[in-house]
Design a protein around this ligand. Structure first.
Ligand SMILES: Cc1cc2nc3c(=O)[nH]c(=O)nc-3n(C[C@H](O)[C@H](O)[C@H](O)COP(=O)(O)O)c2cc1C
Ligand SMILES: *[C@@H]1O[C@H](CO)[C@@H](O)[C@H](O)[C@H]1NC(C)=O
Ligand SMILES: *[C@@H]1O[C@H](CO)[C@@H](O)[C@H](O)[C@H]1NC(C)=O
Length: 483
């Protein structure tokens, strides 16, 4: 297993080097100029000055290139997010601009990325304290980017380049839909928070599938395989969704707004449609679910419809025409935190064969989000009471508590129900999302039972170096513990 990974890594290193391009272009620049100038008849003071200026500019250019494209550069944390807020007063405009910029920079090889000293997240001895095994894949690190940042699956690769072990694209609906009228995203900078009511704007499953398929084909071509051969292969050395060693690509699916949520057959149809289109390109499919139980109303029958929907997704995922089938996870709201509601989800998860739970999301609640002494501007006060889901560091304590409770409930349910033929059921995997912005918080949710800590709003305020910083903080914390 480890051998396969090593081999895959080496072969990938030779195929996946879009970075090498601009680098060599810059380096070539200097010698060529030098050669042409020195070959001219005589060196006048002005040609000497030209050589000097060219060399200085090329050196500066190279340094700027290395600095600006390194996720550790402080400009990504302190300057870029602020500039974006100034130039794009509307948060959604900023979101689109950011996505477009990452896409363009990536195609030019000028995108921000992680550089050594921590290639593959391993240290100089080759050890990787951040490695974690999820669904049989040894992830190079347990930090993820959660749904909604790359709604249409356009920038998975540039997001992986920022250092994430997991990227979740979507949510994606079967047919394209516009979402709610704008404005629908609001900033609350005083608490590094956001309020959004996008309402799942999506270009639809066919459009996302086309994009992900093109990505897979490009990869297969580099290995000298056809798309079919690639999907049928036993082991191409990388997960078939992320196409990168030690990383996973999650694809979130959802029903269209016009599909009546009470019409279970229609809801199932919507989800199955998405699975059929998108499953070949995903390592994990994520379903957004609502608890079947209303608080205070314990009803064992209640879990059945949800279990049926999830079961249909699991079955369809297993029919994917690919050697390795995608796993299925559900994402649950932090507002459904009553014991009976969580119980309903836990039951449905075990009944349906879903592989794990993404615990957390934005919250509709607005209590306890602003600490005493924090002053909000009028605009921020208005933003905070906009209809929609709030996200930001203020949610962290709730996320942490919910992860611990889900861990306990998922594990004890498996003990209660394990039959003779299933004495050691595989534990359900938890990913955590909601207010995670630093290494300490990431370690806390991992210690509470999550395998991956996901971020979104933290990147909006912390910039493209956020994941690199979180991992550095984790490594430092772990090293202190070791010592
Ligand atoms: C603008 C925006 C759009 C989002 N879109 C989705 C989405 O489509 N599906 C989803 O499950 N979560 C969505 N989320 C929720 C995030 O994935 C994440 O769970 C949540 O923001 C909490 O994490 P954070 O505090 O790190 O942002 C969205 C969040 C924001 C701020
Ligand atoms: C996702 O689940 C939440 C409740 O947990 C619900 O309000 C929302 O409508 C769901 N979204 C979709 C697209 O199903
Ligand atoms: C998660 O949050 C997003 C954006 O705020 C929303 O569209 C989605 O319905 C939420 N899902 C759940 C399960 O609450």
């Amino acid at each position: 297993m480890a051998g396969t990974y090593l081999r895959a890594r080496r072969s990938l290193a030779t195929t996946l080097q879009p970075f090498a391009r601009p680098q060599s272009r810059l380096n070539n620049h200097v010698p060529r100029r030098l050669a042409s100038t020195t070959s001219s008849t005589k060196r006048t003071p002005s040609t000497a000055r030209n050589v000097f200026v060219t060399t200085v500019l090329a050196t500066l250019g190279t340094i700027t290139y290395y600095y600006a494209t390194d996720t550790r550069a402080s400009l990504h944390q302190w300057l870029v997010p602020r500039l974006i807020r100034v130039f794009f007063p509307d948060a959604e405009d900023a979101h689109h601009a950011g996505t477009a910029a990452l896409k363009t920079l990536y195609s030019l090889g000028l995108h921000p990325r992680e550089r050594p000293p921590f290639p593959e997240d391993a240290d100089s001895t080759g050890a990787n304290p951040l490695a974690v095994t999820v669904f049989g894949t040894t992830l190079r690190n347990p930090i993820g980017i959660s749904a909604g940042l790359d709604k249409d699956g356009e920038i998975a690769d540039p997001l992986f380049a920022l250092g994430a072990g997991v990227v979740e694209v979507g949510g994606c609906t079967p047919l394209p839909q516009a979402g709610n009228p704008r404005p629908r995203v609001f900033r609350v900078p005083a608490v590094d928070g956001l309020v959004n009511r996008y309402g799942l704007n999506s270009r639809g499953a066919d459009a996302m599938a086309a994009r992900l398929r093109e990505r897979l084909r490009r990869f297969a071509r580099r290995l000298g395989l056809s798309e079919q051969e690639m999907l049928a292969a036993d082991d191409v050395g990388v997960p078939t969704g992320s196409l990168l060693p030690g990383r996973l690509l999650c694809v979130q699916i959802a029903k269209n707004k016009k599909t009546d949520e009470k019409d279970m057959e229609a809801v199932i149809r919507d989800h199955v449609f998405c699975v059929q289109r998108l499953a070949p390109y995903a390592d994990v499919l994520v379903v957004n679910v609502s608890s079947p139980n209303t608080p205070g109303l314990r009803d064992l029958q209640a879990a059945e419809p949800l279990a049926r929907l999830l079961g249909a997704v699991v079955d369809e995922a297993k029919r994917t025409e690919r050697r390795t089938k995608p796993r299925v996870m559900v994402k649950v709201s932090p507002d459904e935190d009553d014991d009976t509601q969580m119980d309903g989800v836990v039951q449905a998860v075990w009944m349906s064969g879903v592989d794990g739970v993404i615990v957390g999301n934005t919250t509709k609640r607005r209590t306890g989000l602003v600490k005493e002494g924090v002053k909000l501007t009028g605009k921020e006060q208005k933003a905070l009471v906009e209809e929609g889901g709030f996200s930001g560091p203020a949610m962290f304590d709730r996320t942490l508590s919910l992860v611990g409770r889900y861990r306990k409930m998922l594990d004890s349910y498996s003990l209660k129900t394990s039959g003779v033929d299933d004495v050691f059921p595989t534990p359900k995997v938890i990913f955590a999302t909601g207010g995670i912005t630093n290494g300490d918080q990431a370690l806390k949710v991992l210690n509470a039972g999550a395998s991956v800590a996901m971020v979104y709003t933290g990147m909006v305020y912390g910039g493209s170096g956020t994941i690199t910083r979180i991992k550095k903080e984790m490594r430092e914390k772990l090293a202190i513990k070791e010592a």
